[in-house]
Design a protein around this ligand. Structure first.
Ligand SMILES: *Cc1c(COP(=O)(O)O)cnc(C)c1O
Length: 445
């Protein structure tokens, strides 16, 4: 049934020469006339590379150069690009029902997805609310948590979030994000948030006592956190024990726990969800990115029955009045359902274990390198901190990026951190190519 999940694209189609942007001039030049790219200062970075197609782990530019997609196109295309099984399922759906209003109507793709996803989520999750992307997933999570207390007549207005957290770019999501280096212009308009950090195993007592004292005021509505790995904070990882103690306190003081699993969800940390590795389960979970396997945007905010029940009322105004036009788009639901089918397959589960082993071996080797400060591995995530100071989007970072591309590998270093989050279908030879590119980059810095 799963024949074709792992495409036999083990060999690199073509060895790359130095990245030559002139090859793709036609599209890249036409791009400049009308297009405005995300997270880009166009004056400093005027050039883009036109990608013509993608298959499996590879991105191909217009000249035919192949690049291994070392970050699964921002953690989305984890079953490989243009995966035939997913494409077939979505094509079938495309000819049946393309889009319909999800208020008053329902459809089979949404119901089937829910029936597949709920049993996979932590046991206390019972309801799914759809939206369009990771930012809206967290936005909905925050609104759910705030209105939950409002509906119960409790005066709780404070939100707690992790230092260096990242939850998206809409206003609510931006407010709870601690990485606000580039959010300066909006600072006065953000909602009020207090920040905490996850205590390390060595010093649990004091920070926990401080947190408990804060919670005793009774005004905290919610705590939002990226469980186990903070992706945008350069794959910063924390100890599950420390997080678990923090969550225990949140639970004790009826603070709703919102787990942002937009990045960590669907196998990245070695379990289906990072929350699977923590005893205390969240009240609300935010999902996107790999949810739809890199095909189309969609997000889900799941919650427990008691969260849902706080909105279930004879009073109209107690409902959650949030809705996006493309809510539960049938094509996105079909993509998500086929992604979940693949995730549960033996082939993919075996790959997750393999990749983890390769990463751990590579980390052992890298740890000894004089240019390396630290290495981290969790599930299929590998991260390495260089032994030097670097700007998040500075010159050296650009050099590293170019070095990787010249070697046929797409990686996006974050500050002094180089990380890998490749598609699960990657072969050993392809992973070794990524490792080689990282090894040679260390000789350059
Ligand atoms: C990417 C990300 C988001 C935002 O998702 P978008 O789809 O880019 O809006 C939110 N939270 C986390 C943890 C993310 O990694």
């Amino acid at each position: 049934m799963f024949f074709g999940i792992i495409p036999h694209l083990c060999k690199i189609d073509k060895l790359n020469g130095p990245t030559d942007l002139t090859h793709s001039k036609k599209i890249a030049e036409r791009d400049k006339k009308y297009l405005w790219h995300p997270l880009t200062q166009h004056k400093l970075h005027p050039n883009t590379l036109a990608i013509a197609r993608a298959k499996g782990v590879f991105l191909y530019d217009e000249a035919g150069n192949a690049y291994i997609d070392g970050i699964s196109s921002w953690y989305t295309a984890v079953y490989g690009h243009c995966n035939q099984f997913i494409l077939d399922e979505v094509k079938k759906q495309m000819g049946t029902l393309d889009q319909v209003v999800f208020s008053g109507f329902t459809h089979e793709p949404a119901v089937k997805l829910a029936e597949a996803l709920i049993p996979l989520l932590p046991y206390n999750q019972e309801k799914l609310f759809f939206s369009d992307n990771g930012s809206t997933a967290t936005e909905v999570g925050i609104k759910m948590a705030l209105q939950y207390h409002f509906n119960k007549g409790a005066k709780r207005n404070v939100i707690l979030a992790l230092e260096e957290g990242f939850h998206g770019d809409t206003f609510g999501a931006m407010s709870v994000s601690g990485l606000s280096v580039y959010n300066g212009p909006f600072e006065e308009h953000l909602i009020a948030v207090e920040r905490i950090s996850i205590p390390s195993n060595e010093e649990l007592d004091e920070p926990l006592q401080k947190l408990e004292k804060r919670l005793q005021k009774g005004d905290v509505a919610a705590f939002i956190y990226e469980p186990l790995v903070q992706g945008a904070a350069a794959m910063k990882m924390h100890d599950p024990k420390g997080l678990c103690q923090v969550l225990r306190l949140m639970k004790k003081y009826e603070v709703l726990m919102v787990a942002d699993e937009v990045m960590t969800g669907f196998g990245k940390t070695g379990t289906h969800f990072a929350s699977d590795q923590i005893t205390i389960k969240p009240d609300i979970i935010c999902l996107s990115k790999a949810l739809t396997a890199g095909l189309v945007p969609m997000a889900i905010t799941s919650c427990t029955k008691y969260v849902y029940d706080a909105f279930y009322s004879d009073e109209m105004s107690k409902g959650l009045f949030h809705g996006h036009t493309y809510t539960a788009n049938p094509l996105a639901c079909a993509a998500a359902l086929s992604g979940i089918t693949l995730l549960q397959s033996e082939a993919i589960q075996e790959q997750l274990k393999q990749i983890n082993q390769w990463h751990r071996d590579f980390a052992m080797e890298m740890k000894e390198h004089p240019r390396v400060q630290a290495t981290r591995v969790l599930g299929v995530i590998f991260a390495l901190d260089l032994n030097l100071e670097m700007e998040r989007y500075g010159n050296l970072r650009d050099k590293l990026y170019k070095h990787f591309m010249d070697n046929g590998v797409f990686l996006r270093p974050l500050g002094n951190t180089i990380y890998i989050l490749a598609p699960y279908i990657i072969t050993k030879a392809q992973m070794m190519r990524i490792y080689d590119a990282i090894r040679s980059s260390l000789e350059m810095v």
